[in-house]
Design a protein around this ligand. Structure first.
Ligand code: AMP
Ligand code: MG
Length: 370
């Protein structure tokens, strides 16, 4: 755990329970500009006996036939029980006239209606989104106790992979996975630690895995398929790893591996960039959020209406790049799991059901927002 300034607390996970330090709102607050009056006097003409702005207090009492001009955010004067909006009033000299009838309480947020002093507001384990920042500020927390970020090691494998600042030969590929994973790890609340690329040998893969297992969790990309030079699983097996699964019925990302070695969880993510990104979002993101101390890590799935017919081969659940605009979704044309340019054109993945081969325009389909 560590204490951070409120301005650095966004998206961290709370390590303390936050309660209301006083009633919210702390006074009967006007939520409109207008006149504080007694509902029983309406409609009618009332005598203006003063005003109260936000940040001020009206010292007197509103009596029968009287009104106090009031601004949004000001405390309700004693005696008044509602606020008639300025738009519904006509002022003439010291008098205000309205033809409105209001019930007591209208346009007043009563003291404590949002939370009573001492009421729990944010439990430890809450990921601090921006509304929570407002709540922490309004309850007087210039600093916040949060959980330490888990360190997530990232290990790309592959003889064909070179670092981003190197000039690849014609048959080589730059290491994009380590970079996209680092971004995804940061977004999930982890601290990415990028390891050197593991060449496709059992010894090198094993040595770098051992290094990666010093972090809180290890993510690998590539080397988990059935190829002759896919050494991730054999290397983990040599380390006595426990495998929870090594295949999932999704595409992209079928050969995904999840296990534990030396008391650390690891994911062997398939190396195709889309597979790496999708399997991270579906599986690893939740693991990192939970390791960060979050009590809940749901997938942000929602339903959207297809703008065009869509078909796919049954048997696997597919996560395909798509563009969501308002409540509609359009699949992005793409060339398969290696196609990063197309991935960049979408802002979501549509989730095609493994048993539904055809969708019509207007059908609702789940989408995973990026
Ligand atoms: P693999 O899962 O190792 O069989 O790799 C599948 C495909 O993903 C291959 O075409 C690899 O070249 C590509 N690939 C693997 N690792 C990376 C990486 N770190 N960055 C970009 N592409 C990769
Ligand atoms: Mg490979």
């Amino acid at each position: 755990m560590e204490t951070v300034p409120l301005q650095e607390a966004h998206l961290r996970v709370l390590a303390e329970d936050i309660a209301a330090d006083r009633d919210l709102p702390p006074f009967h607050r006007s939520v409109r500009d207008g006149f504080a009056v007694r509902a029983a006097d309406l409609p009618g003409t009332l005598r203006i006996i003063g005003e109260v702005a936000a940040g001020a207090v009206f010292e007197g009492t509103v009596g029968r036939g009287e009104a106090v001009e009031i601004m949004t955010g000001a405390p309700r004067p004693d005696g008044a029980d509602c606020v008639v909006m300025v738009e519904h009033c006509t002022v003439s000299g010291q008098n205000v006239t309205t033809d409105k009838s209001l019930t007591p309480g209208t346009h007043i947020a009563p003291r404590g209606c949002e939370a009573l002093q001492g009421a729990p507001l944010l439990p430890a384990g809450t990921r601090i989104e921006y509304p929570a920042i407002a709540l922490l500020a309004s309850t007087g927390h210039p600093t916040v106790l949060v959980y330490r970020k888990p360190r997530i090691a990232i290990l790309a494998t592959g003889n064909e992979i070179v670092e981003v600042d190197q000039t690849p030969l014609a048959h080589q590929i730059r290491n994009s996975n380590a970079q996209s994973l680092a971004a995804q790890v940061s977004r999930a609340g982890g601290e990415p630690v990028i390891l050197p690329i593991a060449p496709d040998t059992l010894e090198a893969t094993r040595a770098l895995i051992e290094q990666g297992l010093e972090a809180d969790m290890l993510l690998l990309s590539g080397g988990v398929s059935a190829g002759k030079y896919d050494f991730v699983e054999p290397a983990f097996a040599e380390l006595g790893a426990e495998f929870f699964f090594d295949r999932v019925k999704i595409q992209p990302g079928q050969p995904l591996v999840f296990g534990r070695a030396r008391d650390k969880f690891f994911f062997g993510l398939p190396g195709n960039p889309a597979s790496t990104m999708v399997t991270f979002e579906i599986f690893a993101r939740a693991a990192i959020e939970l390791l960060s101390g979050a009590t809940d890590a749901p997938l942000h799935l929602t339903l959207a209406k297809l703008t065009q017919p869509f078909r796919h081969k049954t048997g696997l659940t597919r996560f395909l790049p798509a563009t969501v605009r308002c409540t509609e979704v359009t699949p992005v044309v793409w060339q398969g799991s290696g196609d990063v340019p197309s991935l960049c054109r979408g802002n979501a993945y549509l989730v095609a059901d493994s048993e539904t081969p055809e969708y019509a325009t207007g059908d609702l389909i789940p989408v995973l927002l990026k």
